[in-house]
Write a protein that binds this ligand. Structure first.
Ligand code: SF4
Length: 159
């Protein structure tokens, strides 16, 4: 009885979106082939996290372009930061950035991580200018969509 759905799923087209190669990706990649990133939520509303989860899910599948999220900054080439950088996350973020071996890359995902967003003037927001003043990769948006996130990460891997 379960055979028909199984055969249908085998014959179905993959759900993964085909994404065009972003212009200028080949040759300019800082981590050609693959990049491992430690994600730090430095005080986001979780909107950016939902989009990151979607970017690494089966439809957009950022991993097929060599981008991976890892559990430790010691295993990472860089940090993927979301959120405004709250007072209680400023030191953990700094420690995470320090723990990543050089050369490292800092990816700021979302308007909050880029110094703006709806919470920029909040009382609990730390001065994030030191950590994220000049991210290597900026992904604007509130939140940026999974296509924008995936395409931005491809600029690091060149794939
Ligand atoms: S940029 Fe928007 S979606 Fe992302 S953490 Fe800030 S408020 Fe939330």
């Amino acid at each position: 009885m379960q055979l028909l759905p199984l055969l249908r799923s085998l014959a179905a087209r993959p759900v993964t979106e085909r994404l065009p190669r972003p212009p200028g990706v080949r040759g300019g990649a800082r981590f050609p082939g693959s990049v491992q990133l430690r994600h730090v939520d430095a005080g986001s509303c979780n909107g950016c996290e939902l989009e990151i989860a979607s970017a690494f899910g089966p439809v957009y599948d950022a991993a097929r372009f060599g981008a991976r999220l890892v559990a430790s900054p010691r295993h990472a080439d860089g940090v993927l930061v979301t959120g405004v950088v709250t007072r209680n996350m400023a030191i953990p973020l700094e420690k995470t950035l320090d723990a990543v071996p050089r050369p490292r890359v800092v990816v700021a995902c979302g308007d909050c991580a880029l110094g703006g967003g709806p919470f920029a003037a909040g009382y609990g927001v730390a001065d994030s200018a030191g950590a994220l003043a000049a991210p290597d990769v900026a992904i604007p948006g509130c939140p940026p969509g999974p296509v924008a996130i995936t395409q931005a990460l491809r600029t690091l891997t060149g794939r």
